[in-house]
Design a protein around this ligand. Structure first.
Ligand SMILES: C[S@@+](CC[C@H](N)C(=O)[O-])C[C@H]1O[C@@H](n2cnc3c(N)ncnc32)[C@H](O)[C@@H]1O
Length: 262
């Protein structure tokens, strides 16, 4: 069994649905306001997934600007192509973020949202983002610190096993701990981090915690000793806690901003 999430057609569609929920829409708003794209700018979306950012950023840069989305997954790019089909100034490319098919210094800004946490070679990914930006260009990188997940359960040992198995879905479960120095080492200046809690005390389908239950359940089944039945029981308990109004989920997600020196 692969040690990491494979962004195949099934997972890509599952994430496309997840990215329509309130918390993820809110997250895109936070990223876009940190980037502050202006009309006429050229923006790179590194690891564009199903293309929500490409479409939304294209509206911000307008007809005089342009957006380039890059992703390694053909299934994700197919969803992005559908989402952006009537937008002439959006280009999509299949590539790895450690080897971007773009000219040096050709972008005013770049976003890289929940992508670097999957990338083994962080310095290579950051140096490609740096290379793509013009002097003075800004980057917004967003990653989740999965070690901050606090999730109520009457069976904390099972919750721990599930979360340990879920850590296998990516390469760096706590990338925010080291991302600021890695960005400075790549040459970015004015690096800052804005933490954002994603937390709920209600079984709210628009919350990051509730919406991730089916994604986590299907990933952890059969991993690290978590059987399909155990994953099912884990998910059922969360629903039952919701029925009794005892559901609680919290985690920290981190928005990093940096600038290529002018
Ligand atoms: C969790 S999704 C986030 C998608 C998008 N950034 C968003 O927030 O809507 C992660 C995406 O990163 C892509 N990805 C992971 N590793 C990558 C790599 N090394 N190069 C390019 N894309 C990568 C995956 O294919 C997937 O589309």
């Amino acid at each position: 069994m692969s040690n990491r999430a494979v962004f195949d057609e099934g997972v890509s569609k599952q994430l496309e649905a997840l990215y329509g929920i309130g918390d993820v829409v809110r997250r895109r708003g936070l990223v876009r306001s940190s980037l502050a794209a202006a009309p006429g700018e050229r923006i790179l979306d590194a690891g564009c997934g199903p293309g929500f950012f490409c479409a939304e950023l294209q509206e911000e840069v307008g007809p005089a600007g342009s957006v380039v989305g890059v992703d390694s997954s053909p299934a994700m790019l197919a969803l992005a192509a559908r989402r952006c089909e009537n937008r002439e100034n959006v280009e999509l490319h299949q590539a790895d973020v450690t080897s971007l098919p773009v000219e040096d210094a050709s972008f005013d800004g770049a976003v890289c949202v929940q992508v670097l946490e999957y990338v083994a070679d962080i310095p290579a990914g950051l140096s490609e983002l740096y290379r793509a930006l013009r002097p003075g260009g800004r980057v917004v990188a967003w990653d989740v610190d999965w070690a901050t997940v606090s999730w109520h359960s009457k069976d904390p040992a099972r919750m721990r096993r599930v979360l340990d198995a879920w850590d296998e879905h990516l390469t760096h479960p706590s990338l925010p701990r080291v991302l600021a120095p890695a960005m400075r080492a790549a040459g970015f200046e004015d690096v800052r981090m804005e933490p954002h809690p994603f937390a709920t005390a209600r079984f709210d389908p628009d919350s990051y915690g509730v919406a991730n239950i089916p994604v986590i359940r299907s990933f952890v089944s059969g991993r690290r000793g978590v059987s399909g039945d155990e994953a099912e029981a884990w998910a059922s308990e969360l629903g039952e806690l919701g029925d009794r109004d005892e559901f609680y989920f919290a985690c920290l997600q981190c928005c990093f901003l940096g600038r290529r020196p002018s």
